[in-house]
Each structure stands twice: as C-alpha cells, then as structure tokens.
Design a protein around this ligand. Structure first.
Ligand code: C2E
Ligand code: MG
Ligand code: MG
Ligand code: MG
Length: 284
C-alpha cells in the first residue's frame, strides 16, 4: 500500500491511523443518530442546604443512553459533540427538558431551583438570549429560579464580550454561576467585572481541604472571595461528612456531592423529594 507522492517521499499505509479515522466516523454517525432519535437523558443532582441537609434545587447533567455502550457521561461525548458543532443544539435540548421537569417539581416545592450548564459555544451564539427566553415562556419556568452555569474559561476569554452576553442573559431575570471556580486561571478583577451571582468551588479544592498543602486552603480562600463580592457559594464534590463539616465551619451555605446524592433520573429525584417534603418546604 506504499505510494509515492511525487516528491520522492514514500508514504506508508498506517493501519492504526485508518482505524482511528474509521472509529471517528462511526462515533460521528452514532452521535448524529443519537440526537435524531433522542437517546439523551437529563439526570439531576441535588444541591443541598448545608445547615439543614435538605435539597434546595438540582443541577441538570446530560447523559447518553447509548444502545450498545450503556449510559455514557459527558466526559465520553461532550468533546466530540463540540467538535461536530452539535453542542449548541444538545445544550438547548437539555435546558428545555430540565425546565419542563423543574416546573413539575416546583408545584410541590415552590422555590425549587434549577442549574443548567452552558457551553462556550452556546455563550458565543448571538441567538442564546432569545432561545432561553423562548424556553422560559414555553415551559413556564420562573426565570429567577434558573441558574446558568458557565466555566471561567468560557466566561473569561473576552471579558468585554462576556460581560455583554451575561448582561443580556441577566436581563431575562436568570442567575449566573461560575462553575469549577479556581481551576481556570481566575483573576479576581474578573469577578467584579462580570454580573455573576454564584461561585461553585471546584471539587478538587473541596477534596484537598484535609491536606496541609497550599491547595488545602483554596476552598477557604474562594469562600472569602465569594463573601467579598457578595456571591453565593456552592461547594462541589463533597464526598464525606468530614468535608461537609469543614465547609459548615467555613460558613459555606450550599453543597453538592456523592455524600448527599449522586446524579439520578428525574423519577428517582421525585421520590427523594417526596421523602423530604417537610424539609424542602421549611426553607420558604
Ligand atoms: P460540572 O458542571 O462541574 O458538574 C459536576 C460533575 O461532578 C458531574 O459530572 C457530577 O456527576 C460530578 N460529581 C458530583 N458530585 C461528585 C462527587 O462527590 N465526587 C466526584 N468525583 N464527582 C462528583 P458529570 O455529570 O460527568 O459531568 C461532567 C461535566 O460535563 C460537568 O461538570 C459539565 O461541565 C459538563 N456537562 C454536563 N452536562 C452538561 C450539559 O448539559 N451541557 C454542558 N455544556 N455541559 C455539561
Ligand atoms: Mg456545572
Ligand atoms: Mg463544576
Ligand atoms: Mg466540572
């Protein structure tokens, strides 16, 4: 299979390259079909009040129910979705699906909040604000109960532009959270420049809290910053009671993590909320 490209260089057939390309083409087809056939699901992870240990809302997290490979997490398909230019469409589907579901939960639990992740490509789209407005209107989702999560890297590439986009989103009445805070070369001055309401402390810093290294103090530092800028803190990736207790002592108000609950299908979350009814209602 070696061939001469005319410049005297012999290129050999590379079977591993070929297999890679073939696999990628197959993944692309799978993904396009998945969107067409709606093989995606939204799972929900509780966000809890750290003092009372009750659920105040959820974060929507997309899953792909692959016909052969089973339930896939974003790590397995988000990059491909982005590179195929399909992330905007998928993200909008997640938002709509999650809003329909949250409105159901709000009937029993008024004030129940919904967090939805936005990708950098969504943020870059000039249609985003109009699309979100349409979803809010169609689903009856109260804007002030919707929190849009974006990562620092997505928000901070072009500060002026980001501030403009976030202002436009905020004009809908929604709230904005900075996700994975502390991992994205954050500059503190950015926090003052952007209309952000919530900071989510990245799980790497929560999990480092028991260490004596400098990393062990980042969660505390982020909580100070949050207070300084009047932002609500949410700690991510809380996996045990020791971490939960340390966060309470640092006056962190809300948290999310396997210690409280893993992401789960809507039906399971409904069950969990039913068992917690009195506690959810307490917060009103
Ligand atoms: P994220 O927004 O920071 O979401 C939190 C991730 O941490 C989730 O992973 C969640 O399952 C995981 N997690 C929660 N509690 C714990 C814990 O106690 N320990 C550990 N080790 N992990 C925990 P998941 O669902 O795999 O999602 C990964 C990322 O994919 C998300 O990170 C988010 O950036 C992205 N993503 C998920 N759904 C969407 C979506 O609908 N749109 C966009 N644009 N991105 C999404
Ligand atoms: Mg998130
Ligand atoms: Mg995060
Ligand atoms: Mg993350």
């Amino acid at each position: 299979h070696a061939k001469d490209d005319g410049k005297g260089v012999v290129r050999r057939f590379d079977p591993s390259r070929f297999a890679e390309t073939a696999q990628r083409r197959k993944d692309e087809n799978d993904l396009r079909r998945a969107l067409a056939e709606c093989q995606f699901e939204v799972h929900y992870q509780p966000i809890v009040d750290l003092q009372g240990n009750y659920t105040v809302g959820v974060e929507a997290l997309v899953r792909w129910r692959h016909p052969l490979r089973g339930l896939l997490s974003p790590g397995d398909f988000i990059d491909l979705t982005e590179s195929l230019g399909l992330m905007h469409r998928l993200g909008l589907w997640v938002l709509r699906e999650a809003c329909v579901q949250a409105v159901q939960w709000q009937r029993e639990h008024p004030g129940f909040k919904l967090n939805v992740n936005l990708s950098a490509t969504q943020l870059a789209s000039p249609e985003l604000t109009d699309e979100i407005r349409t979803v809010l209107t169609d689903t009856g989702m109260p804007a002030d109960l919707l929190v849009l999560e974006l990562t620092e890297s997505a928000a901070l590439t072009d500060l002026t532009e980001s501030a403009r986009v976030l202002d436009s989103l905020k004009s809908l009445g929604v709230r904005i959270a900075l996700d994975d805070f502390g991992t994205g070369f954050s500059s503190l001055s950015h926090l003052g420049a952007l209309p952000v309401d919530v900071v989510k402390i990245d799980k790497s810093f929560v999990q480092a809290m028991q260490e004596t290294t400098a990393n062990g103090s980042v969660a505390e530092a982020v909580l100070h910053i949050a207070r300084t800028f009047n932002l609500s803190p949410v700690a991510e990736g809380v996996e045990d009671e020791v971490q939960a207790e340390m966060l309470r002592e640092l006056a962190c108000t809300q948290a999310q993590g396997y210690h409280f609950a893993k992401p789960m299908p809507a039906s399971e979350l409904t069950g969990l909320l039913t068992r917690q009814t009195t506690k959810v209602l307490q917060r009103r």
